[in-house]
Design a protein around this ligand. Structure first.
Ligand SMILES: Cc1cc2nc3c(=O)[nH]c(=O)nc-3n(C[C@H](O)[C@H](O)[C@H](O)COP(=O)(O)O)c2cc1C
Length: 312
């Protein structure tokens, strides 16, 4: 794929290969790692606008960042335009010039609250949210799906309305809400969104290697790609696509564990790095036995010891 910077409002990314928001994963040390592997822009995991309003401690720790990672987008979810705007203005979001609004999450608890993918069913309300958030002075972007189900596909019209409301970029996950993360990515719908708007369109869904990224861009004409699950199995997929210098799994794991330990407590580091190692070990010989041992590890040092055995 052709690497190119993306202009989002008054900021510019280094390239057009983005790390998706991933709840439970795209914390600061993980984003820093992926940024080092060439990602043009990384997103925080989704953070509740209401959680920010009530000063939920967990919400603020999800937004931890420092100056090592450069330009980063924070993603928020919610339904109330005033609360969403207040979230954009919350000091916890001060380090993030870009605020992305989640309009794709299919999780029942979120959907039933009128948040995430439920906003696809109510474009007028989605517009209100974007308009209100833009007043915060942040650069507002939207991440959506192509529709709720096959009978309700709304990509191009929705993209146009979000642009009209003031969004500076739109990411389209080329699946309907009812498909969650399974099934084919609808290239035609992403292409329709791209044709409908002037703002940059980022295509998302099903990129697991460079060839997938090439195909997604060729078929959709989008300005860039966003990668989610592949980053969990193999963060170095960003090196493959961007040409950044890669490193071994062991070097990567040691680095990520050290950074995670610097920013989170021992219990979080143990549990999080066990989960990451279980992703990274997929497809390796003896993976099942290693996973069992990993999940019995009680300290970051024990997790590291097992990881070093796997990737010795
Ligand atoms: C574990 C997990 C967590 C996710 N969390 C978020 C999230 O916080 N915000 C969001 O917009 N999408 C979230 N997504 C969706 C992804 O960002 C992405 O749109 C989807 O996985 C399709 O991309 P992929 O085929 O590259 O995985 C999540 C997906 C997974 C698998």
């Amino acid at each position: 794929m052709r690497l190119q910077p993306i202009h989002i409002g008054n900021v510019t990314t280094e390239n057009n290969v983005f790390l998706a928001p991933l709840a439970g994963y795209t914390n600061y040390p993980f984003r820093r790692l992926v940024k080092g592997y060439g990602a043009g822009l990384c997103y925080t995991e989704m953070v509740s606008a209401k959680g920010l309003k009530y000063g939920n401690e967990n919400t603020e720790s999800l937004l931890y960042t420092d100056n090592h990672e450069g330009l980063t987008a924070a993603q928020i979810f919610g339904n109330d335009p005033a609360i969403m705007r207040a979230a954009c203005e919350n000091p916890a979001l001060a380090p993030f010039p870009i605020v992305d609004i989640n309009m794709g999450c299919p999780v029942p608890k979120i959907y039933k609250n009128g948040e995430g993918s439920a906003l696809l069913e109510n474009p007028a309300h989605a517009e209100k949210i974007v308009r209100e958030c833009v007043k915060s002075g942040k650069i507002i972007t939207v991440k959506c799906r192509i529709g709720i189900d096959k009978a309700h596909i709304i990509t191009a019209e929705f993209a146009k309305r979000m642009e009209g409301a003031g969004a500076s970029l739109i990411t389209v996950h080329g699946r309907t809400k009812d498909k969650v993360y399974a099934g084919e990515v609808d290239y035609k719908e992403i292409a329709a969104a791209k044709k409908a708007v002037q703002i940059p369109v980022i295509a998302n869904g099903g990129v697991f290697c460079k060839a997938d990224a090439d195909k997604l861009l060729d078929e959709t004409g989008a300005d860039g790609v966003m990668i989610a699950r592949a980053a969990l199995f193999e963060p170095q997929v960003f090196c493959q696509i961007t040409g950044a210098k890669t490193e071994s799994k062991r070097e990567m794991f040691e680095k990520q564990l050290a950074w995670t330990k610097e920013h989170f407590d021992e219990r979080f580091t143990t549990v999080f790095m066990r989960k990451m190692a279980a992703f990274y070990v997929k497809g390796e010989r003896g993976a099942a036995a290693y996973k069992e041992r990993l999940f019995a590890a009680q300290t970051p040092e024990q997790v590291l010891e097992i990881a070093c055995e796997i990737w010795n």
